[in-house]
Design a protein around this ligand. Structure first.
Ligand SMILES: [Zn+2]
Length: 465
């Protein structure tokens, strides 16, 4: 869409981290054509339709570097459970959903993401072909992947870590099918990664096949890394005492094109190894802090110069959570006594949902900052929001006090997905009603088929809304 956003505040997140007041952004088609002083650009672009930006602040579209939209089906349940939810609930529920049910829950996640100011989601999950149409129809920019494993993730909670080649082959086939059918569709908004689910459920053979696919298709790679102590123990038992990072390195899997999510139980030696290989981090501070502040060695990771992109992981798409709790955990990770406990600065967290996220998927040339020539992926916040007033240091206020209610409009490729708080690409009311029905059906089915599975703490108290 051709447009001139006039008289606004622009938080560029460019190399100089420039913040422009009384500024304008010219958009031609799907690209940013100019950024600068509003009065000047209004003269330069007399033909462009105006979008009045007074009272708004325009940010580069937020990038959620690690999420699983389908797992909105578990929202409000397993967050308060003490066991290993990955194998206890998440893997079983991913199989319990029918193709149509997956599409509904993925759409629910996408809806929340748009309302949270996201323009890009990085979403490794399972059964991509069942929901990629629905996901692409939301208009979001996507990096999706099939979370591959050849150790049956349905059997790990029973203590069975045997390699199941057939189980693994299905993922590899789906990965290839999805890439062949979908790569670059949606005017280039649908993109892929190659994903190994985790070091404790991928054999060396699986890791090698995934690396080959990444080379063949020229794609970046993703993995969950050192997410739980169970994973650390299982990897040590299977691979001669190696840590998850050590095991991936032995198999040649680490590298600058790999993004590891979490790093929760990485040792200082692991951090040194990962940094030396240029491996990137997708950090999900809010989700990882559900049992107390996330204990990943964040100070060491930052000092090692690792690119840290922020994500939400499970059961939420709220990027403001990631900013806020990220700031707390990253400052805590350095220790209170160091530099007065106020490092990193808020801009470093904002970088985590913009430029660092773009770098994590190898897309710095098209997204992650507001600069001429980049895609017009923009998130507009309403500055007439009580929690943001008074406005002095805007980035600090947004990181500390921002929330999805402040998101005014969201644009991808120069087209609005949400304009003045109305979502344009989805029927919100119908989707929420459908998601409620789907979640109930899925939970009931899953508990019936898996009598060993405990109901979540507090049980399931469905409300008729
Ligand atoms: Zn994850």
């Amino acid at each position: 869409m051709d447009m001139l956003i006039t008289d606004t505040v622009v938080v560029t997140c460019d190399d100089g981290r420039n913040l422009l007041d009384r500024a304008a952004i010219a958009i031609r088609g799907d690209r940013i054509a100019a950024v600068g002083d509003s009065a000047t650009l209004e003269q330069e672009f007399p033909d462009l339709p105006r979008f009045p930006g007074r009272g708004l602040a325009v940010f580069p579209g937020f990038i959620n570097a690690h999420t699983h939209t389908a797992l909105t089906v578990l929202r409000g349940t397993v967050e308060d459970w003490g066991g290993n939810a990955v194998y206890g609930y998440m893997s079983p529920v991913s199989y319990e959903m029918s193709p149509a049910e997956r599409a509904v829950m993925v759409s629910m996640g996408c809806l929340e993401a748009i309302r949270s100011g996201c323009t890009t989601l990085v979403d490794p999950f399972r059964h991509i072909p069942h929901y990629i149409d629905a996901m692409a129809a939301t208009g979001l920019r996507l990096w999706v992947s099939e979370n591959c494993a050849d150790i049956n993730t349905l059997r790990i909670r029973l203590g069975d870590y045997s390699v199941d080649e057939e189980f693994g082959r299905v993922f590899l086939d789906r990965t290839v099918q999805a890439i062949e059918d979908w790569q670059g569709r949606g005017e280039g908004r649908v993109n892929f990664q190659i994903a190994a689910h985790a070091p404790d459920n991928c054999s060396p053979a699986m890791l090698h096949k995934l690396s080959e696919l990444a080379v063949k298709y020229g794609l970046t790679r993703a993995v969950h890394l050192a997410q739980s102590m169970e994973e650390v123990r299982a990897v040590a038992a299977m691979h001669g005492g190696l840590t998850p990072a050590g095991y991936l390195d032995r198999e040649g899997f680490l590298g600058p094109d790999l993004v590891g999510a979490h790093w929760t139980f990485c040792t200082p030696a692991d951090v040194e190894l990962l940094a030396s290989r240029g491996t990137q981090m997708a950090h999900c501070p809010a989700n990882s802090s559900r049992r107390g502040p996330h204990m990943a060695p964040l100070g060491l990771i930052r000092d090692a110069g690792v690119n840290i992109a922020l994500g939400t992981d499970n059961m939420t798409e709220d990027m403001f959570h990631a900013l806020k709790i990220g700031l707390i955990t990253h400052r805590g990770g350095r220790g209170r006594e160091v530099e007065g406990g106020v490092n990193p600065a808020p801009q470093a967290m904002l970088d985590g949902i913009t430029r660092n996220g773009a770098r994590s998927v190898g897309a710095m040339d098209i997204i992650g900052s507001i600069e001429v020539g980049k895609k017009a992926d923009l998130t507009m916040l309403d500055l007439n929001t009580p929690s943001l007033r008074p406005i002095i240091n805007l980035v600090s206020s947004v990181v500390h006090y921002g929330h999805p209610g402040a998101v005014h409009s969201v644009m991808v490729d120069g087209e609005f997905l949400m304009r003045d708080r109305k979502v344009l690409t989805m029927d919100e009311e119908a989707l929420m009603a459908e998601a409620q029905k789907v979640a109930r059906r899925v939970w009931e089915g899953m508990l019936t088929k898996n009598p060993d599975m405990p109901p979540p703490p507090g049980g399931l108290r469905w409300l008729d809304v």
